[in-house]
Design a protein around this ligand. Structure first.
Ligand code: SF4
Length: 449
């Protein structure tokens, strides 16, 4: 049986390739291979694809393999007409998609993945393109975070949806869809290497060494998707890194875990120590996913320095009482301690910075300005993220219960770029722009007021 896996387009007002790889889809590929499928991949978001440059000018890498996606302007969905910004489809052009589909030829089944819920127009357009190419003959299975989080909405695509993160439920769906017997012996899919072999070229490699998170932040869905936290045995992590770094000859290695520092003595430290031993200091490592400041110790910091970590993002989010109210994953003193440890081993603002989230429900302008001031005074770099209420989080449930959201909003309206234009219970667009400007000024040495 021949299967095609597709990483769909992103449609939004802005998007940037900050080490985005469809890891879930690559695990599905590894799983399908075990079931005996012949596999093909079209990643519409792989800026480093060898064939892509024949079809479009791909912006050069900005730093460490990251960069801007090629894009075309597309019509704004009606529900976004009031937003005074251009709406774009990011990723490979249609001509590339068509060329690759022709090249791959007839397949028995197509799998399309998804991530952020408010990017659904890009997923829907990808599915529409596939339907136009294959007609109704080839079944399409649609999975990923958007489908899991909003299954009823995803059903509107009229394809087969897979709203689960347990791949061992796939054989049953495949039997129904393909009308064949599929081996349903459970497979521990997380122990499989993500199927990077399906790419012809990559600009960086992304890995997850754990799934889940033991913390329970009110704005985050990670702890609701996965039950607790699970660790991939460190030997397997090392095997994957060695195998794929050699195969793709990349310089940048990215860990995208939600909670990589948990139980570090028996997990992350072992990985780092082995990487040091194996001479991986000549590569560049990145932790873009907001690590836990309170779990950093001197040994981790020294190992990361030895291994040439270039990006260490600390999850800070806000100053003020919301630190505790949203779950208490970090308080000021944790950040100070982490920053001092990291500085002591030689890291600077260039490598280490904290995420500050703007527009958390109940957050004041003062909370954000205090967070900026705090980082600046402690010599920690910072970057501003805009909050979005994710369906199913504690925050979202509170907003519904408090009458501040109805729960029936079009998912696209919860895009953090769009929210300040219509949501009267949060910060408006002018306030957000003011805070971003304030952050820029403070970074450049301006005053805190
Ligand atoms: S924000 Fe981070 S620490 Fe909090 S639940 Fe999500 S992944 Fe865990």
């Amino acid at each position: 049986m021949k299967a095609l896996l597709v990483n769909p387009w992103i449609e939004d007002f802005a998007a940037y390739d900050f080490w985005l790889k469809p890891l879930g889809l690559l695990y599905v590929a590894a799983y399908l291979e075990k079931l005996g499928f012949e596999l093909h991949l079209i990643d519409l978001m792989n800026r480093h694809d060898e064939v892509l440059k024949r079809f479009v000018n791909v912006p050069k890498d900005k730093f460490y393999g990251t960069g801007k996606f090629p894009y075309v302007e597309v019509e704004k969905p009606d529900v976004l007409k009031f937003v005074p910004r251009k709406y774009k489809r990011y990723g490979a052009p249609e001509e590339y998609f068509y060329y690759r589909l022709k090249q791959i030829g007839k397949v028995d089944i197509v799998f399309v993945t998804s991530t952020l819920t408010y990017w659904y127009p890009g997923y829907w357009d990808t599915i529409a393109f596939l339907k136009e190419f294959y007609g109704e003959d080839v079944p399409i299975v649609f999975g990923g975070f958007y489908v899991r989080n909003l299954p009823s909405h995803a059903k509107k695509t009229r394809v087969h949806i897979f709203p689960s993160n347990d791949l061992n439920r796939l054989p049953r769906l495949l039997e129904e869809v393909l009308n064949v017997r599929i081996n349903n012996t459970p497979i521990d899919w997380f122990l499989l290497p993500p199927k990077y072999e399906l790419y012809n070229k990559l600009g960086y490699l992304v890995f997850i060494t754990t799934i889940g998170c033991p913390f329970k932040c009110s704005y985050c869905i990670a702890h609701r998707i996965w039950n607790g936290i699970r660790f991939k045995p460190y030997e397997l992590v090392l095997y994957e890194i060695e195998k794929y770094v050699k195969m793709f000859n990349v310089k940048d290695i990215v860990f995208f875990d939600d909670a990589i520092l948990v139980n570090s003595k028996r997990h992350f430290k072992l990985i780092l120590k082995e990487l040091v031993k194996k001479g991986y200091s000549k590569y560049r490592f990145h932790l873009p996913n907001g690590i836990h400041a309170k779990l950093i110790d001197e040994e981790i910091a020294e190992l990361m320095k030895e291994l040439n970590f270039k990006t260490i993002k600390l999850g800070y989010e806000t100053a003020g009482e919301l630190q505790i109210k949203t779950g208490g994953k970090v308080v000021d003193k944790d950040l100070v301690k982490a920053a001092r440890i990291l500085r002591k081993v030689g890291f600077t603002e260039k490598e280490v910075s904290a995420y500050i989230m703007v527009n958390i429900p109940g957050q004041t302008v003062k909370d954000v300005k205090d967070a900026i001031k705090f980082c600046k005074e402690e010599g920690i770099g910072f970057s501003i993220n805009e909050y979005t209420p994710i369906v199913g989080t504690d925050d979202w449930i509170d907003l519904i219960n408090g009458g501040r959201l109805t729960g029936r909003e079009d998912p696209i309206l919860l895009n953090n770029t769009v929210l300040p234009f219509w949501w009267k219970y949060g910060m408006d667009e002018d306030t957000i722009q003011y805070l971003k400007m304030h952050a820029r000024k403070v970074k450049e040495g301006g005053s805190y007021d």
